[in-house]
Design a protein around this ligand. Structure first.
Ligand SMILES: NC(=O)c1ccc[n+]([C@@H]2O[C@H](COP(=O)([O-])OP(=O)(O)OC[C@H]3O[C@@H](n4cnc5c(N)ncnc54)[C@H](OP(=O)(O)O)[C@@H]3O)[C@@H](O)[C@H]2O)c1
Length: 237
């Protein structure tokens, strides 16, 4: 893929899953990539897997101070991707308000903080990762649906506000990433198999497939204000 030589790419959430796959694809295409997240060891391991001289950096997108520190040098990024976030699953009766607010902070406000602080080149791009629950909310996931819906709406507004910087969102269906490792291997497999059975293509996505659309957002100079469902047809079923 052309157009990446010397380009500076920041992937917040780049130490795992879709962020890591995006970092790998961009770095392999010649970009100078920084992966940022909270945990030093996870970053170091991811930097090794990604290779290509990718730079790890500590950044907690839930912390105003951490975000301010990271962006204090006012470096100009060509492309910024935010794929951080987790939590928020549970019914309204089970989920306490603090946990729901933490999930909102960890994804919606985390994305807001990074988008506000980052300086992006005029011909550059900003990409968010939402999630298919925004289009098809499910019982037990209404908070996640709300977070992803809010993120998608914000990204469209930002596309108008930040132009000529291009702003887009990929809205994935289920993806096989370490996000599900917390369930343990057996439960993870059961969960992903169950999710796959509800996808028209009868499988879940691989993180590399999400990375491909993120790189398209970076390189296509006319794409902005879009929310692309990459969900094997789930949002159309
Ligand atoms: N996997 C799916 O099936 C799926 C489907 C639809 C949407 N999504 C969404 O897609 C996004 C990426 O998911 P994924 O599956 O790639 O997850 P993942 O493998 O768990 O990776 C998440 C990344 O975000 C980082 N992160 C989390 N909180 C952060 C914070 N406060 N500041 C900076 N970095 C932070 C994590 O590192 P540290 O924890 O070490 O900081 C990690 O690098 C998430 O928002 C998720 O909700 C996932």
């Amino acid at each position: 893929m052309g157009g990446f030589d010397g380009k500076r790419v920041l992937v917040v959430g780049g130490s795992s899953g879709m962020g890591e796959a995006t970092a790998k694809l961009a770095a392999g295409a010649g970009a100078k990539v920084t992966i940022a997240s909270r945990d030093h060891d996870r970053l170091a391991a991811a930097a090794k897997r990604v290779g290509h001289g990718v730079e790890p950096a500590i950044l907690d997108a839930t912390s105003d101070a951490s975000v301010a520190k990271f962006f204090a040098d006012r470096a100009v990024w060509d492309h910024v991707v935010i794929s951080a976030g987790a939590g928020g699953r549970g019914s309204i009766k089970e989920l306490d308000i603090a946990a729901a607010q933490a999930a909102m902070d960890g994804k919606f406000w985390a994305s807001f903080r990074v988008a506000k602080a980052a300086t992006i080149a005029e011909d550059g791009s900003l990409t968010f990762v939402s999630g298919g629950l925004s289009q098809r909310p499910a019982a037990g996931a209404s908070v996640i649906a709300a977070i992803n819906g809010a993120l998608e709406r914000m990204s469209i507004g930002l596309a108008l506000e930040l132009a000529p910087v291009r702003v887009n969102t990929v809205s994935p269906g289920p993806v096989d990433t370490p996000m599900w490792d917390r369930y343990g291997p057996d439960q993870k497999k059961k969960f992903l198999d169950g999710a796959a059975s509800r996808v028209p293509l009868k499988r879940v996505a691989q993180p590399e497939e999400i990375a491909e659309i993120v790189l398209f957002f970076m390189t296509n100079r006319f794409v902005t204000g879009t929310v692309v469902p990459l969900d094997g047809g789930s949002s159309r079923a």
